[in-house]
Design a protein around this ligand. Structure first.
Ligand code: ADP
Ligand code: MG
Length: 314
């Protein structure tokens, strides 16, 4: 890492937890490695997931709409916008506080961010993205018949609603984010992968979907001409033969190696696969760009090059 790099940090579910209390507590820890980067002189742009949060908001709104004629149905993109505000509120305050604890005066703000997708993206034909709470098979079946949701079994943890996961094409607020970053602000953007919208003339129209935050992070990193994409998740390194006795944790992958491992099916779709794909996409986009996948707990060491999995173009 150079003295002053532009770094997009993508936070996973473990950085935020599952309830407001938990989130408020966890973001204090999350803020530390982020402020380390800022203190080291880097420009930091923050992205984050929102699966549990948007699911919770969506479920709460749907439940009250069902039981009260005074509560309107809240569309899914609006729930996404709410989740960006809710998560951004906690994150920006935690980072601000950590900065002030170190006597650093750096402005931090969240930009409600819309990400443009193709309305005809073939992803809309087969929804894959799990959101919200886990349900028993019985409740899941009820939601399928009552709401027309698509429900799938998620890694042995129960059933979840799935929505489409289209690819990000562009970031509607990119000029704003760029201006803030160029002026030394810490920006939280593309929260939850951004609010998915499509262009219809001069209008941006929200669409019920979840853009993968790993892909949206790679996209904003490309747009901002970042040097680094750092994906912080629950594992310290990426592995091949993950979950098998012959598991091998990787410190580095070339793009070619990463693509080869993908073709061999080493990375779970919906969890590690999009991270590796996003890392490849970013590292490929311009010479010198690097992507790092490591855990939130090991972020500090990962950034110093001591752990994690780095993906570089040769
Ligand atoms: P996040 O909320 O950070 O996006 P995910 O749960 O979506 O986290 O993805 C990270 C998870 O991917 C890890 O906790 C790990 O269990 C799983 N995983 C799947 N395949 C692999 C692999 N090949 N190497 C490492 N972790 C993997
Ligand atoms: Mg994920």
């Amino acid at each position: 890492m150079n003295t002053k790099d532009k770094i997009v940090v993508a936070l996973g579910g473990n950085a935020l937890g599952n309830s407001p209390e938990e989130q408020l507590m966890l973001v204090k820890q999350t803020a530390k490695p982020i402020v380390d980067l800022i203190e080291a002189g880097h420009d930091v742009i923050l992205a984050h997931g929102n699966g549990p949060q948007v699911g919770m908001i969506n479920l709460a709104m749907a439940t009250s709409a069902e039981s009260s004629a005074n509560t309107p149905e809240m569309p899914f993109p609006e729930c996404g916008a709410m989740s960006q505000g809710y998560i951004g509120f906690h994150l920006q305050n935690a980072i601000r506080e950590e900065l002030l604890n170190r006597s650093m005066h750096v402005p931090v703000a969240t930009v409600i961010t819309q990400v443009i997708v193709d309305k005809e993206d073939e992803a809309f034909n087969h929804p894959t993205k799990p959101i919200g709470a886990f349900y028993s098979k019985e409740v899941a079946n009820e939601l399928v018949s009552k709401k027309g949701y698509t429900m799938v079994e998620d890694s042995g943890r129960g059933f979840r609603r799935v929505v489409a996961s289209p690819k990000p094409i562009d970031v509607a607020e990119k000029e704003t984010v760029r201006t803030l970053v160029d002026n030394g602000h810490i920006v939280i953007t593309v929260g939850g992968g951004g609010i998915p919208v499509y262009r219809d003339g001069n209008q941006l129209v929200g669409i019920p979907a979840v853009i993968d935050k790993d892909f949206a992070s790679a996209k904003i990193a490309e747009i901002l001409d970042a040097d680094y994409l750092i994906i912080l998740t629950a594992v310290e390194k990426v592995a091949i033969n993950f979950g098998k006795p012959e598991v091998k944790w990787l410190s580095q992958m070339s793009i070619e190696e990463a693509e080869h491992y993908i073709s061999e099916g080493h990375f779970a779709p919906g969890s590690m696969l999009p991270k590796v794909q996003a890392a490849i996409q970013f590292a490929k986009s311009k010479k010198g760009r690097k992507a790092l996948i490591t855990s939130l707990e090991k972020a500090r060491e990962g950034i110093e090059g001591l752990t994690g999995t780095i993906i570089v173009s040769k």
